[in-house]
Design a protein around this ligand. Sequence first.
Ligand SMILES: Nc1nc2c(ncn2[C@@H]2O[C@H](COP(=O)(O)OP(=O)(O)OP(=O)(O)O)[C@@H](O)[C@H]2O)c(=O)[nH]1
Length: 324
Amino acid sequence: MQAPDLPPDEALRLATLRSLNILDTPTEERFDRLTRLAKRLFGVPIVLISLVDAHRQWFKSCVGVNATETPREVSFCGHAILADEIFLIPDATQDPRFADNPLVTGEPHIRFYAGCPLSVGVGGRLGTLCLIDTEPRQMSADDLALLRDLARMAEQELAAVQMATLDELTGLSNRRGFMALAQHALQWCERHRQPATLLYMDLDEFKPINDRFGHAEGDLALRAFAQCLGEAFRGSDVIARQGGDEFLVLLTESSPEQASAALERLRSLLQAYKLSSARGYALDFSVGAVPYDRERHATLEAWLAAADQAMYEAKRARKLAGPR
Ligand SMILES: Nc1nc2c(ncn2[C@@H]2O[C@H](COP(=O)(O)OP(=O)(O)OP(=O)(O)O)[C@@H](O)[C@H]2O)c(=O)[nH]1
C-alpha cells in the first residue's frame, strides 16, 4: 500500500482548513443534499465530502458508510488532493498503490474511486467530493464534468463557511474566525511550550475621523490600519477585527519583548502612513498586551477579558495625560 504524500502547501492548507472551524461539526443539510444528489445521479453506494486533516480524513457529509473518519495514510482522498484533476481509480484491486489497502481488502471493499479536489480561495485543496463503488467502473467525459460541477457547488458551500469567519471591510478574520484560529494557535504554543502574547487594540479618536471626513473615510482608515497590522506582525500571527475600531492580535512564539518590538514596528508604519497619505488625521491606538499565563487564563475568553481590561486602563491613562 502507498500512503499519500504531503502536498507542498500542507501548512497553508491545514491553517485554512482549521480556520473554517468546520472539523467535527454536526452534519448540515446543505452538504448532505449534495452527497445525496451525487449518489442518485451516479448510482454509487458511497459518496463523501471528505476533509483531509493532518492525520485523518474527516467526513463533513457521507452517504453509504457509518464511519466519520479514517486515518489519512489509508485514505484515497489524501492522494486526490495532490493534483487539481479528478483522481480516478477504476479498480483498486488492479492498482499496486491500493490493492492491499485495508479499505480495499476489508470494509467497505472499495473497488472504484473518483475524487474531485475541493479548494477555497488560495488555501490549497482541503478535501474532496468523492464517489466510491464496491464494483469496478469507468467514468465518461460527461460523468467527469458532472462530478466537477457538483464539486464546485461543494466549494461554494465551503466558501460560505469561510465568509462567516472573515471581516468584510478589512479582509481580516472576524471575532468568530479569531476564536477558531486562536484556539489552535494557543494549543500549539501549549504543546511546544512556547510563549504567546495577546494584544487588544482600540483606535484612539476614531469617531472624529468619521465625524469630520465621513464614514467612507472612516472605512478607509480602518482598512489602512488593518494593512499596517498585516505588515507589522508575522504571517503566522492571528490578526482580527473584533468589531468597530477594535482589533486583536495573537502573537505565537513571542516573548513580551518581541511583542513590544512588533508594536513599535506598527507605530512606525502608522506614522509613515500618516505622512505619505496626508489625509489630515493620525491613526493611533491604545493597547492591552497580556502574555499567556496558563494559571490565570483558563480559557481564551478569560485571556481576552484580561487584555480588554489592560487596553481599557491604557486608554484611561492616555486620556488622563491629555492631548499629545
Ligand atoms: N467608518 C466606520 N466607522 C465605524 C465602523 N464600525 C464602528 N465605527 C465607528 O467607530 C467609532 C468607535 O467609537 P469609539 O471607540 O468610542 O471612538 P473613539 O473616538 O475612537 O473613542 P476612544 O476610543 O475613546 O478614543 C464609532 O463612532 C462607530 O460609529 C465601521 O465599520 N466603519
